[in-house]
Design a protein around this ligand. Structure first.
Ligand SMILES: Nc1ncnc2c1ncn2[C@@H]1O[C@H](COP(=O)(O)OP(=O)(O)OP(=O)(O)O)[C@@H](O)[C@H]1O
Length: 260
């Protein structure tokens, strides 16, 4: 007998377009007795123009889900779409192009090039792709992130929070279909972390971007519109309009299940 959790497509917005979608997404690492099922038939949607957080216990499959949705990792079974494009049938070259055009990334470790200035780092992906930046949009992003007076600085001359803001600007600069943030506040003190979360929030509210963020922090998840909860490779719950307390309570239930 199927459970309600198996029938529900998590993340589905009541109306409006979808930025990304997974159907029956399964990812196994290894084979035989040592095989690990990191994702087990996940059906999920990421609504466009929303801020979605992905939470769950360590090893539940959060990073794997993000990597598969972003086309960074191949899938074992199932399908993934970014916008209208089914990415699971693309070859490596097509996938690289689609990722470059449609997806922005923010990593825990900033991943800025140390020899380039902040301004050069922001436009680097477009420079590599040979694309001319939409200067008006890039200026809006730079001003929204408060980076105007830091553009000539190199990463080593910036604080961690400022470096992560540059990474956010880089992710936003090409106006991608969606932005994936993997623990974006993990290396920041709480004030800088708050700043970065506020900017991700503004990217959604004011610049109408779509953000998907993996986090361990209930306070960070509370900045999202929706939290998807993963456990043992399956999405088991979702929480719209989360508060830090409600997210923490939900996470404690996972701990109790593990203990029993
Ligand atoms: N390259 C890999 N090879 C083998 N197993 C892997 C690999 N990557 C992930 N796994 C396994 O897949 C499962 C899901 O891992 P994943 O990193 O997606 O979890 P996570 O929820 O992001 O964990 P964490 O919160 O600790 O970062 C884990 O059991 C992990 O050990």
């Amino acid at each position: 007998m199927s459970t309600p959790a198996q029938e529900q497509v998590f993340g589905r917005a009541p109306s409006g377009p979808t930025a990304a979608r997974a159907e029956g997404l399964t990812k196994a690492y290894g084979s035989g007795e040592t095989q690990v099922l990191a994702l087990d038939s996940v059906d999920a949607e990421i609504a466009r123009g929303r801020f979605t957080a992905i939470m769950g216990p360590s090893g539940s499959g959060k990073s794997t889900l993000m990597h598969c949705l972003a086309g960074l990792d191949n899938v074992t079974r199932g399908q993934v779409w970014i916008g209208e494009h089914e990415i699971t049938s693309l070859n490596e070259r097509e996938l690289t192009r689609l990722r470059r055009d449609k997806v922005g990334f923010v990593f825990q470790s900033f991943n800025l090039l140390p020899t380039l200035t902040a301004g050069e780092n922001i436009t680097l992906p477009m420079d590599i792709a040979g694309r001319k930046p939409d200067q008006e949009w890039v200026d809006t992003v730079i001003d929204t992130l408060g980076l105007r007076d830091r553009l000539r600085h190199r990463p080593a001359q910036l604080s961690g929070g400022q470096q992560q803001r540059v990474a956010c600007a880089r992710a936003l600069a090409s106006r991608p279909e969606l932005i994936f943030a993997d623990e974006p506040t993990g290396n920041l003190d709480s004030r800088s972390g708050e700043e970065v979360l506020a900017f991700l929030r503004r990217a959604v509210d004011e610049l109408h971007q779509t953000v998907v963020m993996v986090t361990h922090d209930p306070g960070a998840a509370a900045r999202a519109d929706l939290v998807l909860f993963l456990a043992d490779g399956r999405i088991v719950d979702e929480m719209p309009n989360p508060t830090a307390e409600a997210v923490l309570d939900r996470m404690k239930r996972f701990d109790r299940i593990r203990e029993t």
